[in-house]
Design a protein around this ligand. Sequence first.
Ligand code: NAD
Length: 487
Amino acid sequence: MPDNITVAGIAVDTRHWIGGRRVASAGTFTDHSPIDGSVLGEIARGGPAEAEAAVAAARDAFPDWAGTSRSERARILHAIADGVEKRMEELAIVETTDNGALLRSHRRGVMPRVAHNFRFFADWLLQLDHEDFETRGHTNHVSWDPAGPCVLITPWNAPLMLATWKVAPALAAGDTVVLKPAEWSPLTASLLADIAAEAGLPAGVLNVVQGHGSEVGDALTSHPDVRRISFTGSVPTARRIAASAAANLTPLSLELGGKSPLLVFADADLDLAVDLAVEQYDNAGQVCLAGTRLLVEESVAEEFTRRFVQRASALTQGDPRDEATDIGPTIHPRQLEKIDGFVQRAVAAGARAVIGGHRKDGQYYAPTLLTDVAQNSEIVQEEVFGPVLTLQTFAGEDEAVRLANDTRFGLAATVATGDRDRAERITARLVAGTVWVNCFFVRDLKAPFGGSRQSGVGREGGTWSFDFYCDLKNTVTAPKGWNQDHG
Ligand code: NAD
């Protein structure tokens, strides 16, 4: 198998990155581009042996990295951000080719944010502190100790953004990392390993293991030397990981799926509400936070639907490398199949496709809006992870909140209303890790991020990330007992 492939003229190493070396595997898996289904290359297919080697490398590198001063760690994280910025265009092109999300978003939003992930946690580390406090003359000093090797497992819908959202705080905390990117979008993780090495990150501090989760995952998540597992992905995989981690009671952070509501009240700026709703087709709906359940107050539902259809029909679907494209392909034929299965079962159960409801050529799915859906139906209760929205109506705040909260998820919610008091009343009653009012997807790295109910366990972001990636220690020192020499 060749060690390198070329993606739009950019060389990407297809092997693992373990202990500061490229490592091949006996087997490979094939990586396709969702844009046209073309083969991008054969990628090293990790298994238990590669998992073991990567954890061993992370364990061996841990004492030195944990002992590195905060300022030196921060300096290296900034150097990684510099490297990301230098290779921004290449990263954007490789990511778009590999996962099909819009090139213009990767160029202007995602890759700058990847660099920012490193800068933000480097800077946050330097001001991370707790005031000492006193207990009957004794001093309490709280320290943020590095925890150890971390296993970070990420999905394909925003590969490098989600990987670095975990890698950056883990490295800042003084932990070492084994990153397992998704098998449907493995390439930018490999480029990140190059960038980190060029930035001077010591060997073994960041390791990348490629492969199928079902083959390499268990060996990583059940390993007794792993001190933290942070996972972003689906609920069924999270259950398997939690069961595997239970052997060692390894602390877990889980960022999972959603079925988030977007509530539109009659007093809302309707054009703004329509814009927010159409935005949910972003990344072909393959966004965990997407507000896929449109809940619209009865009195404006007809007008809202009319304007929505007009706006959505103007969206351009096609090659994500084209600057004019609004909606790209779905990630994989299996995902396309899954999306269509949800839609066809919903239609068979009585739903009406106001727009879309069908596949298009290649791996593309038409942006879809379904009405006449029952609250307890599969299409309202389960995450589709495609460009499929449902629309239900409500009468009054109580019904709006009841419908909004009536799923097993609690990742996010969006509220469109022109009334501040109503916004306060409604947001207080919604079960969600993030609530947006008259906006969507505004995210600050300082804010806690995560889901309620089956959308996740724990929060990351700002100090919450360090809470997770560190072992917090309280040292209590008595005022007496000192030798005279040591005052
Ligand atoms: P997935 O659960 O199928 O896979 C995610 C990762 O887990 C992949 O790297 C996969 O290889 C790995 N994996 C699979 N089996 C494993 C095992 N047994 N042990 C260890 N690792 C294993 O999810 P996906 O389809 O890649 O991603 C889509 C899901 O991710 C959706 O549910 C979406 O909502 C969720 N998501 C959540 C967030 C969030 O922040 N809450 C963000 C993005 C995506």
